[in-house]
Write a protein that binds this ligand. Structure first.
Ligand code: HEM
Ligand SMILES: *[C@@H]1O[C@H](CO)[C@@H](O)[C@H](O)[C@H]1NC(C)=O
Length: 314
Protein backbone atom coordinates (compact mmCIF):
# COMPACT_ATOMS: atom_id res chain seq x y z
CA UNK A 1 0.00 0.00 0.00
CA UNK A 2 2.74 2.45 1.00
CA UNK A 3 4.84 1.31 -1.98
CA UNK A 4 1.85 1.69 -4.29
CA UNK A 5 1.17 5.28 -3.38
CA UNK A 6 4.87 6.14 -3.42
CA UNK A 7 5.27 4.90 -6.97
CA UNK A 8 2.02 6.60 -7.90
CA UNK A 9 3.38 9.91 -6.65
CA UNK A 10 6.68 9.38 -8.43
CA UNK A 11 4.77 8.66 -11.64
CA UNK A 12 2.95 11.98 -11.32
CA UNK A 13 6.28 13.72 -10.69
CA UNK A 14 7.72 11.97 -13.73
CA UNK A 15 4.93 12.99 -16.04
CA UNK A 16 5.28 16.57 -14.83
CA UNK A 17 9.04 16.46 -15.41
CA UNK A 18 8.68 14.82 -18.79
CA UNK A 19 6.25 17.42 -20.04
CA UNK A 20 7.00 20.67 -18.26
CA UNK A 21 10.50 21.01 -16.88
CA UNK A 22 12.45 19.76 -19.87
CA UNK A 23 12.63 22.72 -22.21
CA UNK A 24 12.19 21.68 -25.80
CA UNK A 25 12.47 17.96 -25.25
CA UNK A 26 9.34 15.83 -25.40
CA UNK A 27 8.57 12.24 -24.48
CA UNK A 28 6.54 11.85 -27.69
CA UNK A 29 9.25 13.22 -29.98
CA UNK A 30 9.56 10.16 -32.27
CA UNK A 31 5.94 8.99 -32.07
CA UNK A 32 5.22 10.10 -35.64
CA UNK A 33 8.68 10.31 -37.20
CA UNK A 34 9.91 6.91 -36.02
CA UNK A 35 7.31 5.00 -34.02
CA UNK A 36 9.55 1.96 -33.63
CA UNK A 37 12.50 3.94 -32.25
CA UNK A 38 12.02 3.10 -28.57
CA UNK A 39 11.26 -0.58 -29.16
CA UNK A 40 14.31 -0.89 -31.43
CA UNK A 41 16.64 0.65 -28.85
CA UNK A 42 15.14 -1.39 -26.06
CA UNK A 43 15.51 -4.71 -27.88
CA UNK A 44 19.06 -3.83 -29.01
CA UNK A 45 20.06 -3.17 -25.42
CA UNK A 46 18.29 -6.28 -24.14
CA UNK A 47 20.19 -8.43 -26.64
CA UNK A 48 23.51 -6.85 -25.67
CA UNK A 49 22.84 -7.28 -21.95
CA UNK A 50 21.84 -10.91 -22.38
CA UNK A 51 25.22 -11.68 -23.91
CA UNK A 52 27.13 -9.37 -21.55
CA UNK A 53 25.34 -8.74 -18.24
CA UNK A 54 27.66 -5.85 -17.39
CA UNK A 55 26.54 -3.88 -20.43
CA UNK A 56 23.54 -2.28 -18.67
CA UNK A 57 25.93 -0.63 -16.23
CA UNK A 58 28.34 0.39 -18.97
CA UNK A 59 25.61 2.12 -20.99
CA UNK A 60 24.36 3.97 -17.91
CA UNK A 61 27.85 5.28 -17.26
CA UNK A 62 28.29 6.23 -20.92
CA UNK A 63 25.21 8.47 -20.72
CA UNK A 64 26.55 10.16 -17.55
CA UNK A 65 29.91 10.80 -19.21
CA UNK A 66 28.12 12.18 -22.27
CA UNK A 67 25.86 14.55 -20.35
CA UNK A 68 28.56 16.03 -18.08
CA UNK A 69 30.69 17.09 -21.05
CA UNK A 70 29.09 19.72 -23.32
CA UNK A 71 25.63 18.35 -22.38
CA UNK A 72 23.84 15.21 -23.62
CA UNK A 73 24.95 15.55 -27.24
CA UNK A 74 26.66 12.23 -27.97
CA UNK A 75 30.04 13.98 -27.98
CA UNK A 76 31.46 11.02 -26.04
CA UNK A 77 30.64 8.71 -28.95
CA UNK A 78 32.89 10.48 -31.47
CA UNK A 79 36.04 8.39 -32.08
CA UNK A 80 39.11 9.66 -30.27
CA UNK A 81 38.75 13.05 -28.56
CA UNK A 82 36.73 12.70 -25.29
CA UNK A 83 37.30 8.98 -25.39
CA UNK A 84 41.00 9.64 -24.75
CA UNK A 85 40.40 11.79 -21.64
CA UNK A 86 41.59 10.45 -18.28
CA UNK A 87 38.20 9.41 -16.84
CA UNK A 88 37.27 7.64 -20.10
CA UNK A 89 40.29 5.96 -21.64
CA UNK A 90 40.52 2.22 -21.05
CA UNK A 91 37.29 2.28 -19.09
CA UNK A 92 34.21 3.35 -21.08
CA UNK A 93 32.35 0.48 -22.70
CA UNK A 94 29.34 0.07 -24.98
CA UNK A 95 30.26 2.05 -28.10
CA UNK A 96 29.68 -0.98 -30.33
CA UNK A 97 26.22 -1.56 -28.86
CA UNK A 98 25.16 2.03 -29.64
CA UNK A 99 26.68 1.83 -33.15
CA UNK A 100 24.76 -1.32 -33.96
CA UNK A 101 21.45 0.07 -32.65
CA UNK A 102 22.10 3.15 -34.80
CA UNK A 103 22.62 0.97 -37.88
CA UNK A 104 19.27 -0.71 -37.24
CA UNK A 105 17.53 2.63 -36.77
CA UNK A 106 19.02 4.02 -39.98
CA UNK A 107 17.46 1.13 -41.85
CA UNK A 108 13.97 1.87 -40.53
CA UNK A 109 14.04 5.69 -40.16
CA UNK A 110 16.71 7.45 -42.19
CA UNK A 111 18.64 10.16 -40.26
CA UNK A 112 15.86 10.66 -37.72
CA UNK A 113 16.90 9.34 -34.31
CA UNK A 114 19.89 11.07 -32.72
CA UNK A 115 22.76 9.23 -31.11
CA UNK A 116 22.25 11.36 -27.99
CA UNK A 117 18.69 10.05 -27.68
CA UNK A 118 19.73 6.45 -28.35
CA UNK A 119 22.19 6.76 -25.45
CA UNK A 120 19.55 8.35 -23.20
CA UNK A 121 17.05 5.56 -23.81
CA UNK A 122 19.75 2.88 -23.60
CA UNK A 123 20.75 4.19 -20.16
CA UNK A 124 17.17 3.81 -18.96
CA UNK A 125 17.08 0.13 -19.73
CA UNK A 126 16.94 -2.58 -18.65
CA UNK A 127 17.94 -2.60 -14.99
CA UNK A 128 17.37 0.88 -13.57
CA UNK A 129 14.20 2.27 -11.97
CA UNK A 130 13.54 3.89 -15.34
CA UNK A 131 12.93 0.44 -16.79
CA UNK A 132 9.52 0.26 -18.39
CA UNK A 133 9.20 4.02 -18.32
CA UNK A 134 10.86 4.79 -21.64
CA UNK A 135 7.65 6.40 -22.72
CA UNK A 136 8.29 9.11 -20.14
CA UNK A 137 11.90 9.92 -20.99
CA UNK A 138 12.11 13.30 -22.76
CA UNK A 139 13.62 13.06 -26.25
CA UNK A 140 14.55 15.29 -29.17
CA UNK A 141 18.25 15.87 -28.52
CA UNK A 142 20.52 16.38 -31.52
CA UNK A 143 24.15 15.36 -31.95
CA UNK A 144 27.21 17.55 -31.57
CA UNK A 145 29.73 18.16 -34.31
CA UNK A 146 32.50 18.55 -31.74
CA UNK A 147 33.92 16.84 -28.65
CA UNK A 148 36.39 18.01 -26.05
CA UNK A 149 38.91 15.92 -24.16
CA UNK A 150 39.84 19.00 -22.13
CA UNK A 151 36.25 19.46 -20.95
CA UNK A 152 35.99 15.75 -20.14
CA UNK A 153 39.09 16.08 -17.95
CA UNK A 154 37.80 19.18 -16.19
CA UNK A 155 34.09 18.37 -15.78
CA UNK A 156 33.99 14.68 -14.89
CA UNK A 157 34.58 13.95 -11.20
CA UNK A 158 37.23 11.36 -10.33
CA UNK A 159 37.30 8.48 -7.82
CA UNK A 160 39.61 10.44 -5.52
CA UNK A 161 37.26 13.46 -5.32
CA UNK A 162 36.26 14.87 -1.96
CA UNK A 163 32.62 15.46 -1.07
CA UNK A 164 32.94 19.16 -1.74
CA UNK A 165 34.64 18.56 -5.11
CA UNK A 166 31.80 16.21 -6.08
CA UNK A 167 29.23 18.77 -4.99
CA UNK A 168 30.91 21.46 -7.09
CA UNK A 169 31.07 19.20 -10.16
CA UNK A 170 27.35 18.41 -9.92
CA UNK A 171 26.31 21.95 -9.08
CA UNK A 172 28.11 23.11 -12.22
CA UNK A 173 25.57 20.96 -14.09
CA UNK A 174 22.65 22.31 -12.06
CA UNK A 175 22.34 19.09 -10.10
CA UNK A 176 21.88 19.53 -6.35
CA UNK A 177 23.30 17.46 -3.51
CA UNK A 178 20.32 15.10 -3.34
CA UNK A 179 20.59 14.52 -7.11
CA UNK A 180 24.29 13.79 -6.63
CA UNK A 181 23.72 11.23 -3.88
CA UNK A 182 20.88 9.61 -5.85
CA UNK A 183 22.86 9.40 -9.11
CA UNK A 184 25.86 7.94 -7.29
CA UNK A 185 23.49 5.07 -6.48
CA UNK A 186 24.14 3.95 -10.07
CA UNK A 187 27.15 2.29 -8.44
CA UNK A 188 24.73 -0.39 -7.24
CA UNK A 189 25.71 -2.17 -10.48
CA UNK A 190 28.88 -2.45 -12.54
CA UNK A 191 32.56 -2.74 -11.84
CA UNK A 192 35.67 -0.66 -11.23
CA UNK A 193 39.32 -1.32 -11.96
CA UNK A 194 41.90 -1.83 -9.23
CA UNK A 195 43.72 1.37 -10.26
CA UNK A 196 40.63 3.35 -9.20
CA UNK A 197 40.42 2.00 -5.64
CA UNK A 198 44.01 0.98 -4.86
CA UNK A 199 44.79 4.13 -2.88
CA UNK A 200 41.65 3.61 -0.81
CA UNK A 201 42.54 0.06 0.22
CA UNK A 202 46.29 0.55 0.73
CA UNK A 203 46.50 4.21 1.65
CA UNK A 204 45.57 3.93 5.31
CA UNK A 205 42.01 5.20 4.89
CA UNK A 206 40.19 5.21 8.23
CA UNK A 207 36.72 5.09 6.70
CA UNK A 208 36.97 1.58 5.23
CA UNK A 209 35.79 -1.68 6.75
CA UNK A 210 38.94 -3.71 7.49
CA UNK A 211 37.64 -7.09 6.32
CA UNK A 212 36.31 -5.46 3.16
CA UNK A 213 39.71 -3.87 2.42
CA UNK A 214 41.48 -7.20 3.03
CA UNK A 215 39.16 -9.06 0.69
CA UNK A 216 39.74 -6.50 -2.07
CA UNK A 217 43.52 -6.76 -1.76
CA UNK A 218 43.40 -10.40 -2.95
CA UNK A 219 42.60 -9.28 -6.50
CA UNK A 220 44.13 -5.80 -6.40
CA UNK A 221 47.83 -6.01 -5.58
CA UNK A 222 49.86 -3.01 -4.45
CA UNK A 223 51.49 -2.91 -7.85
CA UNK A 224 50.33 -4.46 -11.12
CA UNK A 225 46.85 -5.73 -11.84
CA UNK A 226 45.63 -2.22 -12.64
CA UNK A 227 42.73 -3.49 -14.71
CA UNK A 228 41.56 -6.15 -12.24
CA UNK A 229 37.86 -5.64 -11.55
CA UNK A 230 35.80 -5.46 -8.38
CA UNK A 231 32.05 -4.97 -8.00
CA UNK A 232 31.03 -1.43 -7.08
CA UNK A 233 28.24 -2.90 -4.92
CA UNK A 234 29.83 -5.64 -2.88
CA UNK A 235 26.50 -6.95 -1.53
CA UNK A 236 24.15 -7.30 -4.52
CA UNK A 237 26.41 -6.49 -7.50
CA UNK A 238 23.92 -7.29 -10.25
CA UNK A 239 20.71 -5.90 -8.79
CA UNK A 240 19.63 -2.30 -9.10
CA UNK A 241 18.66 -1.77 -5.46
CA UNK A 242 19.61 0.49 -2.55
CA UNK A 243 22.37 -1.78 -1.20
CA UNK A 244 24.92 0.79 -2.40
CA UNK A 245 23.76 2.97 0.51
CA UNK A 246 23.65 0.23 3.15
CA UNK A 247 27.22 -0.59 2.09
CA UNK A 248 28.21 3.01 2.78
CA UNK A 249 26.71 2.77 6.29
CA UNK A 250 29.17 -0.06 7.02
CA UNK A 251 32.11 1.67 5.31
CA UNK A 252 32.05 -0.66 2.34
CA UNK A 253 32.03 1.92 -0.43
CA UNK A 254 34.47 0.76 -3.12
CA UNK A 255 35.65 4.17 -4.32
CA UNK A 256 36.83 7.01 -2.13
CA UNK A 257 34.23 9.15 -3.95
CA UNK A 258 31.52 6.71 -2.81
CA UNK A 259 32.46 6.65 0.87
CA UNK A 260 32.76 10.46 1.16
CA UNK A 261 28.98 10.57 0.76
CA UNK A 262 28.76 8.94 4.20
CA UNK A 263 31.67 10.26 6.18
CA UNK A 264 30.21 12.20 9.09
CA UNK A 265 29.27 15.05 6.81
CA UNK A 266 26.42 16.93 5.16
CA UNK A 267 25.23 14.12 2.88
CA UNK A 268 24.97 11.49 5.65
CA UNK A 269 21.24 11.95 6.17
CA UNK A 270 20.43 11.51 2.49
CA UNK A 271 22.47 8.29 2.45
CA UNK A 272 20.60 7.06 5.56
CA UNK A 273 17.28 7.90 3.95
CA UNK A 274 18.07 6.01 0.72
CA UNK A 275 19.51 3.07 2.72
CA UNK A 276 16.30 2.66 4.68
CA UNK A 277 13.78 3.60 2.00
CA UNK A 278 14.15 1.89 -1.38
CA UNK A 279 11.18 3.75 -2.83
CA UNK A 280 12.69 7.12 -1.88
CA UNK A 281 15.90 6.15 -3.69
CA UNK A 282 14.06 4.89 -6.75
CA UNK A 283 12.03 8.07 -7.03
CA UNK A 284 15.01 10.41 -6.44
CA UNK A 285 17.12 8.45 -8.94
CA UNK A 286 14.45 8.73 -11.62
CA UNK A 287 14.02 12.47 -11.06
CA UNK A 288 17.78 13.06 -11.11
CA UNK A 289 18.30 10.94 -14.25
CA UNK A 290 15.75 13.03 -16.12
CA UNK A 291 17.45 16.21 -14.88
CA UNK A 292 20.84 14.89 -15.95
CA UNK A 293 19.41 13.92 -19.35
CA UNK A 294 18.26 17.50 -19.77
CA UNK A 295 21.74 19.06 -19.44
CA UNK A 296 22.34 21.46 -22.34
CA UNK A 297 20.69 19.47 -25.15
CA UNK A 298 21.06 20.59 -28.76
CA UNK A 299 17.56 21.04 -30.19
CA UNK A 300 15.78 22.46 -33.24
CA UNK A 301 18.34 23.02 -35.97
CA UNK A 302 21.39 22.94 -33.68
CA UNK A 303 24.01 20.26 -34.30
CA UNK A 304 23.00 17.40 -36.57
CA UNK A 305 21.51 13.93 -36.65
CA UNK A 306 24.57 11.79 -37.19
CA UNK A 307 24.41 8.94 -39.68
CA UNK A 308 27.00 7.04 -37.70
CA UNK A 309 27.41 7.67 -33.97
CA UNK A 310 31.19 7.47 -34.02
CA UNK A 311 31.74 10.23 -36.58
CA UNK A 312 30.44 13.60 -37.69
CA UNK A 313 28.53 13.60 -41.01
CA UNK A 314 30.78 14.29 -44.00
C1 HEM B 1 29.84 11.00 -8.19
C2 HEM B 1 30.85 11.00 -9.05
C3 HEM B 1 31.29 9.75 -9.76
C4 HEM B 1 32.55 9.26 -9.81
C5 HEM B 1 33.78 9.89 -9.20
C6 HEM B 1 32.49 8.03 -10.57
C7 HEM B 1 33.59 7.24 -10.86
C8 HEM B 1 33.52 5.99 -11.41
C9 HEM B 1 34.65 5.12 -11.62
C10 HEM B 1 36.10 5.49 -11.29
C11 HEM B 1 34.19 3.96 -12.14
C12 HEM B 1 35.01 2.74 -12.50
C13 HEM B 1 35.58 2.89 -13.89
C14 HEM B 1 36.62 1.83 -14.18
O1 HEM B 1 37.32 1.41 -13.26
O2 HEM B 1 36.74 1.43 -15.37
C15 HEM B 1 32.77 4.09 -12.27
C16 HEM B 1 31.93 3.12 -12.77
C17 HEM B 1 30.58 3.30 -12.98
N1 HEM B 1 29.88 4.47 -12.82
FE1 HEM B 1 30.53 6.10 -11.84
N2 HEM B 1 31.20 7.79 -10.94
C18 HEM B 1 30.43 8.82 -10.49
C19 HEM B 1 29.08 8.99 -10.72
C20 HEM B 1 28.32 8.17 -11.54
C21 HEM B 1 27.01 8.50 -12.04
C22 HEM B 1 26.30 9.83 -11.81
C23 HEM B 1 26.60 7.43 -12.78
C24 HEM B 1 25.33 7.25 -13.54
C25 HEM B 1 24.19 7.85 -13.26
C26 HEM B 1 27.64 6.43 -12.70
C27 HEM B 1 27.58 5.18 -13.24
C28 HEM B 1 28.59 4.25 -13.19
C29 HEM B 1 28.42 2.86 -13.55
C30 HEM B 1 27.12 2.19 -13.93
C31 HEM B 1 29.69 2.27 -13.45
C32 HEM B 1 30.07 0.84 -13.81
C33 HEM B 1 30.37 0.78 -15.28
C34 HEM B 1 30.74 -0.58 -15.83
O3 HEM B 1 30.71 -1.58 -15.11
O4 HEM B 1 31.08 -0.62 -17.03
N3 HEM B 1 28.68 6.92 -11.98
N4 HEM B 1 32.39 5.35 -11.83
C1 LIG C 1 31.73 14.20 13.24
O1 LIG C 1 31.75 15.57 12.97
C2 LIG C 1 31.51 16.38 14.11
C3 LIG C 1 31.36 17.82 13.65
O2 LIG C 1 32.27 18.15 12.63
C4 LIG C 1 32.65 16.16 15.11
O3 LIG C 1 32.43 16.96 16.26
C5 LIG C 1 32.70 14.69 15.51
O4 LIG C 1 33.80 14.42 16.33
C6 LIG C 1 32.79 13.82 14.25
N1 LIG C 1 32.63 12.42 14.62
C7 LIG C 1 33.45 11.46 14.17
C8 LIG C 1 33.14 10.07 14.60
O5 LIG C 1 34.40 11.69 13.44
Amino acid sequence: MAMGSASCISLVVLVALATAATGQLSSTFYDTSCPRALATIKSGVAAAVSSDPRMGASLLRLHFHDCFVQGCDASVLLSGMEQNAGPNVGSLRGFGVIDSIKTQLESICKQTVSCADILTVAAATPSSPLKGRHGLVPLGRRDSTTASAALANSDLPGPGSSRSQLEAAFLKKNLNTVDMVALSGAHTIGKAQCSNFRTRIYGGATNINTAFATSLKANCPQSGGNGNLANLDTTTPNTFDNAYYTNLLSQKGLLHSDQVLFNNDTTDNTVRNFASNAAAFSSAFTTAMIKMGNIAPLTGTQGQIRLSCSKVNS
